[in-house]
Write a protein that binds this ligand. Structure first.
Ligand code: NAD
Ligand code: SER
Length: 323
């Protein structure tokens, strides 16, 4: 069996931290090299190798891939939807060039598998709102969504033209307690838990009835690894797979939190992120992922909220004990 050497790019972000830790458990700590432009996340410190790396610097990236004998790359560096609207040129440049750098090097070197996430942001106002299908009208209105849709077709192109085994998932909004989200429209669904625990209240930047597709991080990590470990002949979608777990509105998640924290209250002050959220589907049809690699989520809204609250409360107790 080939000994895998994995490079995670953007390892200090919301997904990167947990994905790196999960990959280290499977492939061995020393075989999973974490990399990012920012300082190493403290949850990663001491758990395996870390290199400081700017994915835009193709030469340095190439050197690291050769030096570390990398066989698989997980590319997570990106600018997300809300931050992207503040600096569209930068978002386009990072989201596209990082992918092209990785695909080019994978084609030329011994990298036999690449993972690159897309997003529900590929969909736009003309896509179906409920159970949005894998193949449908796709007319994104954010620079982030445009970059993800273009990226999906680069992945498809490199697979068909150069045989690079690149795989992808259109993640919904991801909810986690280990590492903070980095500038997305769905971030409210994480912030709400932190504020509920520390302030007993939350001022939401989306309207109360804005439904969006969401997923708890343990499901997202499992989906990623299950897709990457599936036999190549089962992977029929070479752009990016729809995956689903739950769909809820700010009012619904607030009601769920209130079951655990009865004095919690929510207010609403929609901002520039409201039209972004309204341009996306409310729920996703993931039947291709179910069929091709047996995708099935474990967490619904109530299981996710209970787990988030118990983990964040535990973290708070540990923090207070240290003071
Ligand atoms: P994040 O912003 O939390 O993390 C991205 C990481 O990339 C950061 O640690 C950042 O420092 C790093 N980075 C930025 N520029 C870099 C560069 N030039 N070189 C090296 N590293 C660089 O993002 P995330 O939420 O972990 O998302 C990871 C991927 O998943 C992205 O492609 C994102 O579009 C996608 N995604 C995320 C969500 C979500 O809800 N979090 C949903 C859909 C898709
Ligand atoms: N969570 C992401 C965002 O809101 C979706 O890709 O940008």
């Amino acid at each position: 069996m080939m000994k895998e050497r994995i490079l995670v790019i953007g390892a200090c972000g919301q997904i990167g931290v947990e994905l790196t830790l999960a990959l280290r458990k499977i492939y061995g700590a020393s075989n999973v090299v974490a990399s990012d432009m920012r300082e190493e996340n403290k949850l990663l410190t001491g758990t395996g190798p870390y290199v400081s790396l700017d994915v835009m610097n193709k030469e340095m990236l190439h050197v690291q891939i050769i030096r570390q004998n990398i066989t698989q790359i997980y590319l997570l560096a990106a600018i997300l939807s809300a931050t992207g609207e503040k600096n569209p040129n930068l978002a386009w440049s990072l989201n596209m060039q990082s992918l092209l750098n990785v695909l080019e090097i994978a084609r030329d070197e011994n990298v036999h598998k690449v993972y690159w996430p897309s997003s529900i942001a590929v969909f736009g106002p003309t896509s179906p709102k409920i159970n949005c299908p894998q193949q449908t009208i796709i007319e994104p209105t954010t620079v982030y969504g445009i970059s993800k849709y273009a990226g999906e077709f680069w992945c498809n192109y490199y697979f068909h033209r150069y045989n690079v085994d690149v795989r992808s998932i259109r993640y919904p909004g991801l909810i986690s307690y280990k590492s903070q989200p980095g500038g997305g429209t769905t971030d409210y669904a994480v912030e709400i838990f932190y504020d509920a625990i520390s302030e007993r209240k939350y001022n939401c930047f989306l309207k109360k009835d804005t439904f969006l597709p969401m997923m708890y991080m343990p499901d997202a990590i499992r989906a990623t690894i299950e897709l990457m470990e599936a036999p190549a002949e089962n992977i029929n979608i070479r752009t990016s797979y729809n995956v689903a777990a739950m769909s809820f509105s700010p009012a619904e998640i607030a009601a769920e939190i209130k079951k655990h924290i009865p004095d919690f209250s929510i207010s609403y002050e929609p901002d520039y992120r409201q039209p972004i959220a309204e341009s996306w589907p409310q729920s996703i049809d993931d039947s291709f992922a179910q069929k091709d690699w047996h995708w099935s989520p474990k967490f619904d809204l109530s299981a996710m909220a209970a787990d988030m609250i118990s983990n964040l409360e535990e973290q708070n107790i540990e923090k207070n004990d240290q003071i």
